[in-house]
Design a protein around this ligand. Structure first.
Ligand code: HEC
Ligand code: HEC
Ligand code: HEC
Ligand code: HEC
Ligand code: HEC
Ligand code: HEC
Length: 421
């Protein structure tokens, strides 16, 4: 068994290489991620990123006041214990008379921040995220949704922040694995060529040699198993994080509708007014979806032979409404009124719904999160012209806030009770 030492050598080489490769990989990871902290902290912050976006981003941004204060640097303002207690139950702290708590509570007009039943670890991960998040990162969702800004895409970008560097890690791992395999194959080939040329081998040995190398052994080796496991765990984590980040966020939702009705064709090309079909949008809380009878105003004449139009006829014959799939849907806990915005506020449909007149199939353009509503209320000046009711309010406001416009928020448009029953 003369070749045996060579296989031992090969396996030793394999382990040496694995160790080397792992060292290399750690270095690449550090460079690639450019997180200021070491690997452990970066993972912690990534976990915190998701928790932050799901629980805090509706009220907080890192660098600007939303409903609550800007959170960057909050770890320097309060001790970690204080922060943990605050996030678990802020009102308990206010009631206990804690000076810092009472101060910030009063600064924010005694609004109550909700309590969060989170573990120490979870809260620490959020704090790690706040500490390391790049400028513009966490507030991005809110900023992107500001009126006039290109909302589409940006919200999704913020949501995939955490996923991004997990992807990077995954790619690095795969590359390292491939490099390892290639190197091993090269080594094995070189060695066996050497054996063939220089040794007198028995038939049995020859057979083993012609196998080139023992795949089974390599697959069973700890290093390969370890790597496979790592890749598997990272991939799983990635998928889970994406799922968690996606909860409750319906932006870009674009379901298939029962009839291929096109807004581009009707509202765009044929310039039919939104109000022709959505008749209650300037009058009531909800914008209605038109009944089949409205379609019939035209389609009793137009395109009668089309298969899609026949679906309208069938619905009417069977006296069954067309089952359009609802796209926009706020949770029951919130109150939104169309006429307040379209008629009173003069906000265009497109500001909230995007370029509907170019959509073949409607999708949800805006995030419809609380931060989105609040942001617009903070930034949109209220039209108070010719309304005596506002005159004194505006005067009072101007004397207190020189230069700042009288916004929806100045008029109380960010008070919880305005949007929550
Ligand atoms: C529904 C709105 C809301 C949510 C959600 C929310 N907060 Fe707050 N937060 C506030 C308000 C309002 C304040 C100001 C203090 C007050 O009025 O109670 C505040 C204050 C704070 C403070 C104190 C800041 C300072 O400068 O002293 C911290 C820290 C904080 N929040 C962290 C969080 C974290 C972390 C989350 C997510 C787990 C979160 N908040 C979720 C509304 C919210
Ligand atoms: C000819 C009739 C018609 C006109 C004109 C029209 N719509 Fe629609 N709209 C519909 C129908 C039917 C649906 C439900 C099917 C769908 O989602 O495509 C709908 C759905 C919508 C939705 C999604 C509702 C949901 O499920 O959340 C929005 C938003 C919308 N329309 C806005 C507009 C705007 C803005 C305009 C004007 C630029 C407009 N529509 C013009 C018929 C019309
Ligand atoms: C004010 C008139 C008007 C109303 C109301 C109207 N449509 Fe249309 N619709 C048109 C016109 C015009 C066309 C384009 C016909 C053509 O391409 O020759 C069209 C085309 C269509 C088509 C494409 C048909 C095909 O096979 O090319 C569908 C589907 C359709 N409409 C569905 C609806 C539905 C559903 C409603 C009711 C919610 C509706 N329309 C309301 C005027 C109208
Ligand atoms: C200030 C933002 C805003 C403006 C402006 C706005 N919408 Fe909406 N729209 C929403 C929100 C938020 C919802 C979801 C409401 C809900 O789920 O209760 C919605 C839902 C809808 C729906 C689905 C039915 C419903 O009421 O839930 C239609 C249709 C619609 N809007 C059409 C329009 C049209 C047409 C205009 C312009 C005339 C318009 N919207 C202007 C924010 C807006
Ligand atoms: C594009 C800007 C914009 C967005 C987005 C927006 N609003 Fe508004 N909202 C306004 C304006 C402007 C007014 C003031 C209308 C007026 O009274 O002149 C207003 C007023 C209101 C009011 C009445 C406030 C008061 O003082 O009486 C409520 C309630 C409200 N909005 C809820 C919401 C909710 C809920 C959302 C999110 C689903 C939302 N708004 C999103 C612009 C916006
Ligand atoms: C301009 C309207 C508006 C104001 C003002 C507002 N909210 Fe909200 N809030 C919403 C909307 C819309 C949602 C639903 C958004 C979503 O599902 O992401 C919501 C969701 C929430 C939720 C549920 C969070 C979740 O993720 O399910 C809580 C809790 C909440 N608001 C508390 C508050 C408190 C406390 C205040 C006062 C400091 C407040 N809101 C002020 C519009 C508003």
């Amino acid at each position: 068994m003369k070749y045996k030492p060579f296989f031992s050598f090969l396996i030793a080489l394999f382990f040496a290489f694995t160790a080397l490769a792992q060292g290399e990989q750690a270095e690449v990871a550090k460079e690639g991620v450019t997180a200021p902290a070491a690997g452990g902290d970066a993972a912690l912050a990534a976990a915190g990123d998701a928790l932050y976006k799901n629980n805090c981003a509706s009220c907080h941004a890192l660098d600007e006041v939303v409903v609550g204060p800007a959170l960057r640097g909050v770890d320097k303002k309060h001790s970690e214990t204080w922060l943990i207690n605050w996030i678990r139950n802020s009102s308990k702290m206010v009631q206990s008379g804690d000076k810092e708590a009472v101060k910030i509570f009063n600064e924010f007009q005694k609004q109550q921040m909700p309590s969060f039943a989170m573990s120490d670890e979870e809260i620490k991960s959020i704090l790690a995220y706040i500490k390391t998040a790049p400028a513009g990162g966490a507030g991005a969702e809110d900023k992107a949704a500001a009126p006039g800004a290109e909302g589409a895409g940006a919200g999704a970008g913020a949501a995939s922040d955490a996923g991004k560097y997990l992807d990077l890690l995954l790619v690095i791992l795969v590359v390292v694995l491939i490099v390892m395999v290639i190197t091993l194959v090269i080594i094995a080939t070189v060695l066996s060529n050497y054996l063939k040329k220089n040794r007198q081998l028995t038939a049995e040995d020859e057979e083993v040699l012609n196998q080139r190398f023992d795949i089974g052994k390599i697959l069973k080796s700890k290093a390969v198993r370890g790597l496979a496991l790592t890749i598997f765990v990272v991939a799983l984590l990635n998928i889970t994080l994406d799922k968690v980040l996606g909860v409750g966020i319906q932006q870009h939702y674009q379901p298939k509708q029962p009839i291929a009705f096109s807004h581009k064709l009707h509202a765009g090309d044929h310039k039919i007014d939104c109000n022709y079909c959505h008749t209650s949008v300037y009058k009531g809380k909800n914008a209605n979806i038109p009944s089949a009878n409205i379609c019939m105003n035209c389609h009793s004449q137009i395109k009668k032979e089309s298969a899609e139009i026949k679906k309208i006829y069938t619905a009417i014959e069977k006296n069954r409404p067309i089952e359009w799939v609802r796209i926009h849907n706020l949770p029951d806990l919130s109150y939104f009124n169309h006429s307040q915005h379209t008629k009173v506020g003069g906000v265009e449909c497109q500001t909230c719904h995007g370029p509907i007149e170019t959509m073949e199939v409607v999708y949800q353009y805006s995030p419809l999160t609380m931060g989105w509503c609040i942001n617009c209320h903070r930034e949109t000046p209220l039209n108070t012209q010719g309304n005596a009711y506002y005159d004194n309010l505006v005067k009072l406001h101007d004397s207190e806030n020189s230069g700042k416009p009288f916004t929806v928020s100045s008029n109380g448009g960010t008070e919880c009770s305005k949007c929550h029953y």
